[in-house]
Design a protein around this ligand. Structure first.
Ligand code: HEM
Length: 496
């Protein structure tokens, strides 16, 4: 009799297995290109995945399936499908997949940007939004921005008097680095452990964070491949450099009691249990994970945004002249630039929007993962599928934007579309639960710096170069800055 029980149990289990597999095969996945064995579609990514995905989606649709090694992925590429991911199904699609190297750099996902959607993420997001990213906080750091921009302008003045070209990529990175160090870490970049290496470290970190790493797609052999390609050692190198900087700034806070009003002071209080983070007891690794986002998200993004704006302006002399005329008309001979002045600069705002459209800094946002089965646009997105949001494709879609490859700020005239996460045609900061919380802080520096550069100086290209020679190629990482540094000669004006 007991043998019969066993046979019935085996038949029942086999039936369940077959039923499960049949259900699986019945899923209607979004269409996608044919795959190669083992690697799937990885060979189709190329050196600029956002561009390759755009080309593939033109053929396979705005919700497309790709397979990267072992990982099933979908890519959303139109305002409608992006809205589905970031708004309609945001709650079920806003987790992050486990990414080997971001996990290492973020002290095992103790940060905000790569942490899965969880109670911890919600608490940290709430705490940092209140403590670091509020409009009040952004205002309170105004004097820091003003001091750093003033010393940046002094440097440009010297170069102008000697007619020397300025490497704007480098100098603007240094400017945003100096601001973020003082705002987020209570110390100067100059004299810190990152003083001489920050550019290399930040750039390297962005490459590591944005890489399509073999370890994520091939569970066993992937780590070996990454050791051979050098990704593993690059990750260790940038991790150690940043860790030393975090130790230095934490030590600085522990030694100087007057530093009690910034994010590190608050995190240290949480570590000591003097104040709480919901049910979580913060450790040093949590503190450093949170600081990682403050450092890398703050330094890279604002500096590169300003470089892209200046690149498009020098490549479009008509636009440069028009925006300078506006800025000079609003500022006239005043010494200080106020928030109200910025509000009056309608054309400058259009120039910035157009720059974000044509060169969004994070073109495929940070990868997301479905936390349950989702039905989207008539297709099945199974739990654990990775989701890439290709805003590059949306921003260059001819059905959304007329003549999308051209830089035309006037397209925003009498057009309500803005970049604050509500319009799915223009999403440089993302949207939904994972939207960039540092937008206000980043834009405050972008506005102040651009106005100073345009008000105080005229700009020309180095000898022998014309506007049509300006290189517009982007490099690829989590953030996509201009590949070839922008070198311009500042020319003194009556306002200098
Ligand atoms: C012009 C400047 C900036 C741009 C264009 C930008 C853009 C972005 C984008 C596209 C994302 C990913 C959104 C997603 O995956 O859906 C993001 C995330 C993030 N940004 Fe920014 N950002 C800027 C400035 C800043 C600044 C100044 C800070 C902080 C000091 C910051 C902190 C963050 C953080 C912490 C996240 C992760 C949010 C999460 O996953 O919950 N950003 N940013």
């Amino acid at each position: 009799m007991s043998l019969w029980y066993i046979i019935v149990a085996i038949v029942f289990c086999a039936f369940l297995l077959v039923a499960k597999n049949t259900r699986k095969t019945k899923k209607k996945l979004p269409p996608g290109p044919p795959r190669l064995p083992i690697i799937g579609n990885l060979h189709q990514l190329g050196s600029k995945p956002h561009r390759s995905m755009l080309k593939l989606s033109a053929k396979y649709g705005s919700l497309m399936s790709l397979k990267f090694g072992d990982v099933s992925t979908v890519v959303a590429s139109s305002p409608e499908t992006v809205k589905d991911v970031l708004k309609t199904f945001d709650a079920d699609c806003c987790s992050r997949p486990y990414l080997t190297y971001p996990a290492r750099v973020s002290y095992n996902l103790n940060d905000l940007a790569f942490s899965p959607y969880s109670k911890y993420w919600r608490q940290v997001r709430k705490m940092t939004v209140i403590e670091l990213y509020t409009a009040k906080r952004v205002k309170s750091f105004r004097h820091i921005r003003e001091e750093e921009v003033a010393s940046f302008v002094d440097f440009i003045k010297q170069s102008a008097s000697l007619a020397n070209p300025v490497n704007l990529n480098k100098k603007l990175m240094k400017l945003s680095g100096s601001v973020i160090c003082r705002v987020g870490f209570g110390m100067n970049l100059k004299g810190s452990k990152l003083e001489n290496t920050y550019e290399e470290v930040i750039q390297g970190t962005m490459e590591v964070l944005g890489s399509f790493a073999a370890a994520d797609y091939f569970p066993v052999i992937g780590k070996l491949i990454d050791r051979i390609t050098g990704l593993h050692s690059k990750c260790e190198k940038v991790f150690k450099a940043m860790d030393a900087f975090f130790d230095q700034s934490i030590k600085h806070h522990l030694e100087d009691e007057s530093l009690k009003d910034d994010i590190i002071a608050l995190l240290l209080k949480m570590e000591r249990g003097e104040t709480g983070l919901g049910e979580f007891q913060l450790t040093r690794n949590h503190t450093k994970g949170i600081l990682l986002n403050v450092l890398i998200a703050g330094i890279d993004t604002s500096g590169h945004t300003i470089t892209w704006v200046m690149t498009h302006l020098i490549a479009n002399p008509r636009v440069l002249k028009k925006v300078q005329a506006e800025v000079r008309e609003v500022i006239k001979n005043k010494n200080d630039i106020t928030e109200e002045d910025i509000e009056k600069m309608e054309y400058l705002k259009m120039v910035i929007k157009e720059t974000f459209r044509i060169n969004p800094l994070v073109p495929i946002l940070v990868p997301r993962e479905a936390s349950k089965d989702v039905k989207m646009g008539g297709y099945d997105i199974p739990k654990k599928t990775w989701i890439h949001v290709n805003i590059w494709a949306v921003h260059r879609n001819p059905n959304v934007w007329k003549d999308p490859e051209s830089f035309i700020p006037e397209r925003f005239m009498n057009n309500e579309i803005d970049y604050k996460g509500l319009d799915f045609e223009l999403l440089p900061f993302g949207s939904g639960r994972r939207m960039c919380p540092g937008m206000g802080m980043g834009m405050a520096l972008v506005h102040l710096t651009l106005i100073s550069l345009l008000y105080r100086f005229d700009w020309k290209l180095p000898e022998g170069m014309e506007a049509k020679d300006v290189d517009l190629e982007e490099s690829y990482g989590l953030v996509c800055p201009k590949k070839v540094p922008l070198r311009l000669i500042p020319v003194p004006t009556t306002w200098t």
